[in-house]
Ligand binder design. Structure first.
Ligand code: KG4
Ligand code: ZN
Length: 358
């Protein structure tokens, strides 16, 4: 089965052709990073307009690279949310038009579920139950997945997403947008214990994440120590690099401490780490060594599949289509759609005496 995936939830216009949910025949991503760089973040109205310009050429390029025509496509999967409303509507409307015109099945996909499926292409099949850490610019969630397609959030951020924290700290250190890759680059080879920041504690004791306090701690450190941010186009000083390395290490420690706690409690047979922040080698190394210490296989997407792409959307769409799920033309964008369909009362988590009622 050949599925055309379409993704436009934030600042990447992407299309991909995927065979049987596991083989990428083509994948095209048009990034808007340069467009948004002067604003230090995604400018929603500009993003939507750019999707409008790019959607048709990107879809056509994906088909051309796959060497297939629209008539050879079996179904269309599109991101329906969460994301920016104007951006989402471009992809959803285009996919609906194509599905209607060609008489093809249409499936709306949750973007976060797409990230979970980004590990489908270069890893062995996931063994369940699984734990999936999805860390991106918009989301930081840890999911317990008792079986394919069932999700329970067991840890989430109370404030900023991890990627958002990287981007904000990058900005206050004077680094180019997006901050994540810039912070990783300048932290390389630097001792992260030179400048230390604390891991946030959640007052009610739940194993959730919090990153806004860390961002404030970095801002305070910069102010109190008279640290000058990197000048436009300039080289980072040793002190800036030490702050970046200390911050990165704290984010990794904070992410991994909940992963470790919940993995030990829930006994997953696979650990998935996905989303843009999964590009980060410090996080990958920490997850790898934890997995090795517990004999839990860790699945990562390769870097180009960690950030937003349409292959992961087609893969998630394949799972739902194979189980007979279809959307009709009433499909619409849903900015705040959640990924949680496993009721605590269903059994598994309760049997394991986990108290994470969210
Ligand atoms: O998944 P993604 O492309 O978009 C969202 O769905 O949000 O993730 C983008 C986020 C940005 O915040 C970016 O700074 C972060 O992923 N990111 C990284 C790295 N590469 C991208 N964060 C840390 N280290 C990296 N190497
Ligand atoms: Zn994403």
């Amino acid at each position: 089965m050949l599925i055309l995936g379409i993704e436009s939830s934030c600042d990447e216009t992407a299309a991909a052709v995927v065979r049987d949910g596991r083989e990428i025949v083509s994948s095209v991503i048009s990034s808007q990073i340069e467009l948004h760089r002067p604003f230090g973040g995604v400018f929603p109205e500009l993003a939507a307009r750019e999707h409008l310009v790019k959607i048709r050429p990107v879809v056509n390029e994906a088909l051309a690279k796959a060497g297939v025509g629209l008539t050879e496509i079996d179904a269309i999967a599109v991101t329906r949310g969460p994301g920016l409303i104007g951006s989402l509507l471009v992809g959803v409307s285009y996919a609906k038009g194509l599905a209607f015109g060609l008489g093809l099945p249409l499936i709306g996909v949750n973007h976060i579920e797409g990230h979970v499926y980004s590990v489908n292409f270069e890893n062995p099949p996931v063994k369940y139950p699984a734990l999936a850490l999805v860390v991106s610019g918009g989301h930081t969630n840890l999911f317990y997945i008792p079986e394919e397609g069932k999700y329970r959030v067991v840890s989430r951020t109370r404030d900023d997403a991890a990627g958002e924290a990287f981007d904000k700290v990058g900005k206050l250190l004077g680094l180019p947008y997006p901050g994540g890759p810039a912070i990783e680059t300048i932290s390389r080879g630097i001792d992260p214990s030179k400048v230390r920041f604390p891991v946030a504690k959640i007052s009610d004791g739940r194993p959730d994440f919090s990153f806004s306090g860390l961002k404030t701690a970095v801002a305070r450190y910069v102010r109190e120590n008279g640290v000058e941010p990197v000048a436009d186009g300039g080289e980072p000083t040793e002190r800036i690099r030490e702050i970046a390395a200390g911050f990165q290490a704290t984010v990794v420690r904070s992410l991994m401490s909940n992963v470790e706690k919940l993995a030990d409690e829930l006994g997953p047979r696979t650990l998935i780490v996905a989303g843009g922040v999964a590009c980060n080698m410090a996080l990958r190394d920490a997850a790898e060594s934890f997995g090795a210490s517990r004999s839990i296989p860790v699945h990562f997407p390769s870097k180009h599949l960690s950030t937003d792409n349409a292959a992961m959307i087609a893969a998630a769409g394949h799972f739902h289509l194979a189980r007979g799920k279809r959307d009709d033309l009433s499909l619409t964008a849903d900015v705040t759609i959640r990924l949680q369909n496993f009721d605590l009362e269903d059994g598994e988590l309760r049997r394991k005496k986990v108290r994470y009622k969210l």
